[in-house]
Design a protein around this ligand. Structure first.
Ligand code: HEC
Length: 319
């Protein structure tokens, strides 16, 4: 049942896409409701929960998603109207939802429905935390993200760094209604208006980067030196690591970030242990500090480093 509903909704989504295309050609002379995936009037009451428009013959559904291995669930294409009419099959799915922007509610949220010209009263809420500019009212958009039922607590749990900015009235209005937590909002010019620009590196990013870029090399070098029992080389690299961690610690001290200072201090103490053990000619003991030293890099990066879309890194501030 769920499956067949989905297939027919996909058919509706395709009809929707066809509608969008034909709309451009016909300057708004909309084809019959069939193309919009609408149910004939009166049918709704007789077929509750069934999104199949009577006049849409069952067709072979397209492959639901590209065969390429995706890290998450495959995206389900759907029209806003289908979701509004019968959200349940889509809850928790990752969707590409197409619709027309009904209202820009806040900087980061808007509602979509299916009809460009009138309010159908069947809107789907979209929350896109990274929205860069408002969507064009009545313009068609394709949003990509997970569809859930709107609930303040659930949205807060799913979008950790996001603060819901809807009015209390809208929060009440959309409670329990479908919402897409969008990571992309593609407008009718094909531009993703929820794509975060890559900010330039700040002076702080650059200061830290100068220290950081030496570290992977130093880690590799000290492993090699210890393996070949090159005491002088090992000491040199351990000293470089220790000095670097000292600099990292004072960097974060100036920022009043005690947790980051602690990560740096841990790294420093592991580098210190290496030096102490090398002083006692105990290479094997020195080696045992290599892994925990590396772990401090990961702890700090997990919390205070952010990777940009272009692969460069920044200090992560919002946390
Ligand atoms: C206390 C926090 C902290 C510790 C400890 C730390 N890092 Fe970093 N690291 C950062 C931050 C923040 C950035 C992002 C800003 C930047 O690029 O400098 C970063 C960036 C980097 C980069 C990317 C540099 C670039 O821009 O190309 C590398 C490589 C790196 N760290 C390696 C290491 C290694 C290896 C260690 C451990 C031996 C380490 N870091 C320990 C916070 C830390």
């Amino acid at each position: 049942m769920q499956r067949s509903t989905k297939s027919t909704v996909i058919v509706a989504a395709i009809a929707m896409a066809a509608f969008v295309t034909s709309l451009t050609a016909f300057q708004g002379q909309a084809p019959a409701a069939a193309a919009r995936g609408q149910r004939p009037a009166g049918a709704a009451a007789q077929t509750p929960g069934n999104a199949t428009p009577a006049q849409n013959p069952p067709a072979t559904p397209p492959a639901q998603a590209p065969a390429a291995a995706a890290p998450q669930k495959p995206l389900v294409p759907v029209a806003a109207s289908s979701v509004a009419a019968n959200p349940d099959p889509y809850i928790n799915e990752f969707v590409t939802l197409t619709g027309a922007v009904e209202a820009n509610l806040t900087q980061t949220s808007f509602s979509v429905d299916q009809d460009k010209t009138k309010s159908t009263g069947k809107e789907v809420l979209v929350i896109a935390p990274t929205m860069q500019k408002q969507a064009e009212q009545n313009g068609y958009v394709t949003v990509i993200g997970q569809l859930v039922k709107f609930d303040e607590k659930e949205v807060a749990a799913k979008l950790k760094d996001y603060k819901i900015d809807l009015s209390p009235a809208d929060i009440a209005k959309y409670k329990g209604k479908p919402v897409v937590l969008a990571t992309a909002v593609i407008n009718n010019a094909g531009v993703d208006i929820a794509k975060k620009p890559v900010p330039p590196m700040t002076a702080d990013d650059l200061t830290l980067q100068k220290i950081m870029t030496k570290l992977p090399g130093a880690q590799a070098a000290i492993r090699k030196s210890l393996d070949s029992k090159d005491m002088a080389g090992s000491k040199e690299q351990a000293t470089l690591l220790k000095d670097s961690f000292t600099q990292i610690e004072s960097f974060w001290k100036a920022k009043n970030n005690e947790e980051a200072m602690k990560f740096a201090a841990e790294g420093k103490s592991h580098a210190d242990n290496i030096l102490v053990n090398l002083g006692m000619n105990n290479v094997d003991a020195a080696k045992t500090s290599i892994a925990p030293l590396g772990a401090t890099c990961g702890s700090c990066h997990g919390k205070y480093r952010e990777r940009m879309d272009d692969g460069t890194f920044r200090i992560k501030t919002a946390s």
